[in-house]
Design a protein around this ligand. Structure first.
Ligand code: 4NP
Length: 168
């Protein structure tokens, strides 16, 4: 059976691509699947730093996700590159440092959306998903809650902004 290329694409970006952006990747991909959009929306994640290339998500990240019913075990860290701007309609940063790094590599004339993930949040006034890497376990729970909220908001945004692609 021939597969059709997804019509919309989303790339989540953090620093290491082992905590926040894989969480966003797994949570949003499941929402997309549950909404029946798997063939229409492609989801990926990447990092601005190269310390953990090809590593699976951080054990603490994977554990919190697993308790909420998400399996992140297939994900592997990769670097974001300027070529990603040719491929992704939405490039979504977890914090302002990620966003600044992305702006610095953004090719002129990029027509897609580049911004902060929590701009799509529906329940929180927090602007950045905080880096949990050097903190305690509750930082990973906090990340998960912020990500779930913003993932719901992002899907709703896409449903209202891309009616012709996604239908009603
Ligand atoms: P992430 O967290 O950006 O959410 O994946 C981090 C993971 C690793 C490091 C920093 C942040 N690090 O410095 O190795």
């Amino acid at each position: 059976m021939a597969t059709t290329a997804a019509k919309l694409s989303v790339l989540f970006v953090c620093l290491g691509n082992i905590c926040r952006s894989p969480t966003a990747h797994g949570v949003f991909a499941k929402l997309v699947e549950q909404a029946g959009y798997s063939d229409l929306i492609q989801v990926d994640s990447a990092g601005t730093g190269d310390w953990h290339l090809n590593h699976a998500p951080d054990r603490r990240t994977a554990q919190v996700a697993a308790t909420k019913g998400y399996d992140l075990s297939e994900l592997r860290a990769r670097l974001v590159t300027s070529a990603d701007f040719n491929q992704f309609d939405y490039i979504i940063a977890m914090d302002n440092a990620n966003l600044e790094d992305l702006r610095a590599m953004q090719p002129q004339g990029y027509q897609g959306y580049l911004g902060l993930f929590l701009d799509f949040s529906e329940q929180s006034a927090v602007q950045e998903v905080p880096d949990p890497y050097y903190g305690g376990e509750d930082g990973f729970e906090l990340v998960f809650g912020l990500v779930e909220d913003a993932a719901n908001g992002l899907l709703r945004h896409m449903q209202s902004s891309h009616l012709q692609v996604l239908g009603s």
